[in-house]
Unconditional design. Structure first.
Length: 262
């Protein structure tokens, strides 16, 4: 499918945003807990998908967990330990921008974990997730897919765009050599951790706009009816004329110079 125009994308996203808002209110009022895991290759579009979901949701209710590389102390802990504090409480949604599955992906491929550590993780992950689900957490796991040609195009855009350069690292440059190895690692991960109670869902993100719409639609469809009536709220008028801002200690800075359309 051709790339969606900005207008087409926004037109299709608008009703989904309303449903996401309904979902957030449902989560809050029913005290549900939701975890959504976003995994995939570099440049696949994890950040954009997360932004599309959390926009319009109260940030105190919907949090993003994007953990850095483990510290020396964290490396001595139970592997899942540093992820546990980021799990949601009642009425909360947590979006994991990468997750404990780092061990089955980048750590396995790039040699940051030993084969024994990877084997142990693949055996332990389903048990860990069984505990989360049995405790009532709604767990959704998404893998964002993209071809290497598309990935290379996006890497090049990051190289040439100073505003995106921060997304690149020496690890990204080295990881380019391991596209097939990441495929192999993903397939092994899916065989070990795709379960009835915590299944994986793969979404094609070669077209990122369409991928975001597809992922959000799937997430919403896998929840019960989340539409709740909006309670009435009394909002009486002011009892006086609206007051202008006044200043005595400091004055606002001058307005920015802007370019206006003719």
């Amino acid at each position: 499918m051709r790339k969606l125009t900005s207008e087409e994308y926004e037109k299709n996203l608008k009703p989904l945003r309303q449903e996401l808002s309904d979902m957030a209110r449902w989560v809050c009022e029913t005290r549900q807990r939701i975890v959504v895991i976003f995994e995939g290759r570099d440049t696949a579009g994890k950040g954009g998908a997360i932004d599309a979901i959390r926009r319009g949701i109260n940030p105190r209710q919907c949090r993003v967990a994007a953990l850095p590389s483990p510290s020396d102390h964290e490396k001595t802990q139970w592997y899942f330990q540093r992820y546990v504090p980021h799990l949601p409480g009642a009425g909360e949604i947590v979006l994991f921008d990468r997750s404990w599955y780092n061990r089955a992906g980048v750590e396995a491929v790039m040699g940051f974990a030993t084969p024994d550590q990877v084997d142990a993780f693949l055996e332990a992950a389903p048990r860990f997730e069984r505990q989360l689900v049995d405790d009532g957490i709604l767990l959704f796991k998404y893998w964002l897919c993209c071809d290497q040609a598309k990935q290379e195009k996006r890497f090049r855009e990051r190289v040439e765009n100073p505003m995106k350069r921060w997304k690149l690292s020496s690890i990204d440059r080295e990881a380019r050599k391991h596209y097939a190895d990441y495929t192999e690692a993903r397939e092994r991960m899916l065989r070990a951790t795709h379960t009835d109670y915590a299944p994986w869902t793969l979404v094609d993100f070669n077209n990122q706009g369409l991928g975001r719409l597809t992922l959000i639609r799937d997430l919403l469809d896998r929840l019960p009816d989340t539409h709740l009536p909006v309670p009435e709220m009394e909002w009486p008028p002011l009892e006086h004329e609206p007051l202008p801002e006044t200043y005595s200690v400091l004055q606002p800075i001058p307005p920015a110079t802007v370019v206006l359309d003719d």
